[in-house]
Design a protein around this ligand. Structure first.
Ligand code: ARG
Length: 434
């Protein structure tokens, strides 16, 4: 394939590849990087499924402001296949709640920017993240991991001290189109994996999210009065069908966002711990991601043994933290992925769930590799569980407890006085509930 960046490569000035969104900050940057830094700007907008059907206007806008090259790159399929598949396998939820939508998209975008920097001979990469968030950490950590020689420009970090009015003044004075509508009251980031809403009135953690922040999900009140059942098919941990129809992951996620969103499922309102040390109030709507992770985990409970399930929960939490912290390209992340992948070999089968008024309830699961054994579990006809083995098992299982309570039990009583002849029975629990 012809190298579309060839013409750009030959230019005399030093070049910067800019992560361009089309918004005010990064539009000002297109001009600012030319005027203040003397660089040629290559503007790249990553399409990761954000709420913008046609990104052609973004390409044009950067050209209008003098970019030497501008491109809206469709990264959705790669995002689904190479990033979201892993997120599902790891049940990726930061602080057991947030499905990592921003954290997952950044390493993919960065990998493209670095690649384009190489193809165009650019020595800089610039991004529009503020100096207070996680995304700057993710962008820059990923760039350092992929090519430590690339230099990074983060102009918004310098402008954090500017007011929006001052930024608009600069924009007007330098021919950058400024929005005619009032400033958006929230900071939004969205892609296939969901939508993040922060800032504005949400800075008060007692503030219930106003109804106008939600765009992907109906309110429970407005959701249909009739429940809807969905069936997802999985192969080795990856969703492969919806309601019996085989689908690639990208269209499946798009469809799931639509169905689950319609039923008002997937809203989150949480306090989150940022990498840079502060707590923030974050709202998310994540219909597809939360549904896929919940249903995937339901299948794992059928196909993984108890030890693996419990251990994997720790791995899943660590995976989420590593990804949240911007360490996608790291040794630990690779190792955690390898662990998850090895556990998914038999996570194949179907999961059924009911969507109704803001909720998703798993209503069934089945698999050719199910470790659920009816004859072991049943209290009815066909019972093959050997009860005679239970007594001996319990004797040995309880031996450490017996030994402990006999020796240290009385002294371990919290709050109460230990006296000679104290029985060993549940002293800790008793005193805690007193
Ligand atoms: N708090 C989330 C995260 O760090 C969402 C960030 C959203 N980014 C934004 N620019 N609004 O992953």
């Amino acid at each position: 394939m012809a190298n579309v960046y060839e013409n750009v490569h030959g230019n005399a000035k030093e070049k910067v590849v800019l992560a361009y969104s089309g918004g005010l900050d990064t539009s000002v940057m297109v001009k600012w990087l030319q005027l203040e830094k003397g660089l040629d700007v290559v503007a790249i907008c990553g399409n990761v499924g954000q709420d913008a059907e046609d990104l052609a206007w973004v390409e044009k806008k950067a050209y209008d402001m003098g970019a030497v090259y501008s491109q809206a790159l469709d990264m959705r399929e790669e995002y689904a296949e190479d990033f979201l598949t892993k997120a599902i396998a790891a049940n990726g939820l930061y602080e057991d709640s947030y499905p990592l939508l921003s954290a997952l998209s950044r390493p993919l975008i960065v990998s493209k920017l670095v690649d384009i920097a190489h193809k165009t001979g650019a020595s800089y990469i610039a991004h529009g993240c503020t100096g207070k968030g996680n995304d700057q950490v993710r962008f820059e950590t990923c760039i350092h991991a992929l090519d430590p020689k690339l230099k990074i420009l983060a102009p918004v970090r310098e402008w954090d001290l500017l007011t929006r009015e001052q930024e608009m003044e600069w924009a007007k004075a330098h021919g950058v189109p400024v929005p005619t509508t009032a400033a958006k009251p929230y900071s939004i980031d969205d892609n296939l994996w969901g939508r993040a809403i922060e800032c504005g009135v949400l800075e008060d953690p007692w503030m219930e999210p106003p109804a106008d922040i939600w765009t992907m999900t109906a309110s429970a009140e407005d959701a249909p009065d009739t429940p809807e059942e969905i069936v997802l098919g999985f192969e080795q941990g990856k969703p492969v069908s919806l309601n019996g129809e085989q689908m690639d992951l990208l269209p499946l996620i798009i469809k799931m966002n639509e169905i689950c969103g319609k039923h008002g499922y997937g809203r989150l309102d949480m306090i989150e711990d940022r990498v840079v040390g502060l707590k923030s109030h974050e709202c998310y709507e994540c219909p597809a991601s939360l549904a896929l992770i919940t249903m995937h985990h339901a299948l794992e409970t059928l196909c993984l043994d108890a030890d693996t399930l419990q251990y994997k929960h720790l791995i899943d939490q660590q995976w989420a933290t590593v990804v949240y912290d911007g360490l996608w390209f790291s040794q630990l992340k690779e190792a955690l992925d390898a662990f998850c992948a090895s556990t998914q070999a038999f996570v194949s089968g179907e999961v059924k769930a009911r969507l109704y008024k803001g909720s998703l309830t798993v209503t069934g699961r089945r698999s050719a590799y199910s470790l659920y054994d009816f004859n072991l579990a049943t209290y009815g006809v066909g019972d093959s569980f050997d009860r005679s083995a239970s007594k001996g098992f319990i004797d040995l299982h309880s031996l450490p407890s017996k030994t402990w309570s006999g020796v240290q039990g009385p002294a371990a009583r919290l709050g109460g006085e230990a006296s000679e002849g104290d029985g060993p029975a549940f002293v800790v629990a008793d005193s805690l509930s007193a």
